[in-house]
Design a protein around this ligand. Structure first.
Ligand code: SIN
Ligand code: FE2
Length: 221
């Protein structure tokens, strides 16, 4: 595939790297990319969640989200009866969200580079917790101010089927199995593609227990 500026070589190299699956023009699954980081990531995640625990948020229409949510970084994503938005404060404590731990930030920045996005500087990390049966309906990540930055998504725990759709809600999504340690990066022309998560199956993960935790890093501000 040749891009508008003739970057044939770059795209070939990106496609050939082992463990990398191209799922869109500027989107990749990096298989097991986070595995070497897990021992450092989990204590940092525990620290964040001690400060801003998971909570069930409600959509503007009054429906509880299926996944429980928290955030870290300068901005966190929230929803309530007045709408979806990023906020510098955790609405539960009215305090700033926990800082984004360095290891988490480095993981996201290096994963973005692996996928061809060389100047990613995330200011928000959403943390979603799915218990068996929890899902995420098809949606676009549209509350960020800057669509030139990619979304970097780290999967931990129970496997999931990630739905990666097109630019219209009605476009038939690809179904992509995601496992503990997989990282998905989508950006550029794919940045606003619809995506979601099928209901998580019953089970127990040997490290994470009966849950899937997903971290999504964005540049929101
Ligand atoms: C999201 O779209 O914010 C989360 C995706 C996922 O859990 O894999
Ligand atoms: Fe999303």
């Amino acid at each position: 595939m040749q891009g508008p500026t003739g970057e044939l070589f770059t795209e070939d190299v990106l496609q050939q790297r082992p463990g990398r699956e191209q799922i869109g023009q500027e989107s990749y699954v990096l298989r097991g990319y986070a595995l070497p980081w897990i021992d450092r990531v989990l204590p940092q995640l525990r620290g964040v969640l001690a400060q801003s625990p998971f909570r069930q948020m409600v959509t503007p229409g009054g429906f509880p989200l299926s996944a429980a949510l928290s955030s870290c970084g300068e901005l966190g994503w929230t929803t309530d009866s007045t709408g979806y938005r990023y906020s510098p404060l955790d609405p539960r404590s009215q305090q700033p969200w926990p800082a984004m731990p360095d290891t988490l930030r480095q993981l996201a920045v290096l994963a973005a580079i692996e996928a061809g996005f060389c100047d990613f500087s995330p200011d928000a990390c959403l943390i979603n917790r799915y218990v068996p049966g929890a899902k995420m309906s098809l949606h676009q990540d549209k509350n960020e101010c800057n669509y030139s930055a990619p979304v970097v998504s780290v999967s931990l725990g129970m496997p999931a089927i990630f739905l990666f759709g097109g630019h219209a809600r009605s476009d038939k999504p690809q179904r992509i199995s995601l496992f503990h340690g997989d990282v998905v990066v989508w950006g550029g022309v794919d940045r606003l593609r619809f995506h979601g998560v099928m209901p998580i199956k019953e089970g127990v993960h040997s490290i994470m227990g009966p849950q899937r935790i997903n971290l999504t890093f964005r540049t929101a501000g």
